[in-house]
Design a binder for this molecule. Sequence first.
Ligand code: GLU
Length: 441
Amino acid sequence: MLRFAPSPTGDMHIGNLRAAIFNFIIAKQKKEKFLIRIEDTDFTRNIEGKDKEILSLLNLFSLLWDDVVYQSHNFSKHQHFAELLIQKNLAFYCYCTKEFLEQKKQEAMEQKKPFRYQDEWATLQKDINPKPVIRLRGSAIPLFFEDRIKGKIQFDSNELDSFVILREDGIPTYNFACAIDDMLYDISFVVRGEDHVSNTPKQMLVQQYLGYDKKIEYAHLPIILGEDGKKMSKRDASSSVAYLLEEGFLPQAILNYLVSMGNKTPNEIFNLTEAIEWFDITNIAKSPVKFDLKRLRFINREHLKRLNESEFALLLETKDLSIGGLAKLFLEEASTLNEIRAKIKLIFAPKDIQKEYEGQVFAKQCKILFEALKALLQEKDCSKMEYADFKTEAMQKSGLKGKDFFKALRILLTGESHGLELESVFVYIRLHLKEILKIKE
Ligand code: GLU
């Protein structure tokens, strides 16, 4: 079984989504189940509703799961295994107070030595601290694993001191809960961010101590850097999946982009089903990758190009196919749904001929053409008219011609002074001319 294990403590980051996609793809390739495990053990940081938000995003990206489990529902199992480890003398109660540990850390810092927990401290404060934590006994043997992206990763024996597995309130720590649950759900392969590399030996040790000998494979994904080359933080808006969706990037395009980051892919543009056919995690580059908005925009545009008029209309929340057609046309100038929305909005907004366009003379001409067009629409049904005929009639009625006429016509019909061939736009807007022809007084 494969799993995606989000913490419901914040917005879904593109790094999380990338891990979810890879776990999903590998599950499909191995014909194994895909589990969502909500890691809600840190009650102080959990945010109400984030679990549902994560699930609905996964659904939107078609990363459908076989099961969802909440880590907190397994606390009694975690506690049971902690007791078992105590019985085997592979875990022990530690009565150290926070102040004591703080002081030891301070001393280590003053001596310029790394802080290491010493097992003999465990009972020193037994009399004054009634609430012990449980620690797993650190390992004297070096641990290593073969990462599918990073290669062999080795940890020295002194890197792993005795760490807390159960807090004083009986709540398991992340490493312990994760190790136990990976065992309980028979996880075969773990893909996650490289910030978890140093957790892996701890989780392996828990499983080893419990005599679990299934070899879990690991792949740790290099971090995603911002365009400035620095680690992407929550302050980088584009690191949030919700933000990218709000900006009008399609889920299939975001997925395409995240799969192709630092990867060798047979095609530039693909969908999830195609990726399942050829995806190979060992092709992912070891080094960090920079988020490239330009590339995401290119990929988004390619996916938008694959949509037909009615799919476009649906995305723009209208049943009007002419709007879908217009949107498709605007792909020559736009790369996101929001940019397309903005163009369509301009068409239907009252045109500000006084303010926006230079010169009173031109504003006057616009007004003349506006009146002429209004009269034309009263007299004739223009909704099926060819552009050439509409143009000729408008010229005759307004008495304008040449550059001024065309510029004024463009502004009145599209709200912009430059843009696509008016003739191609006209095919889609002729049904709505009465609505479009409005000026700000
Ligand atoms: N809850 C952890 C996270 O969101 C999961 C790490 C893991 O996959 O083990 O980073």
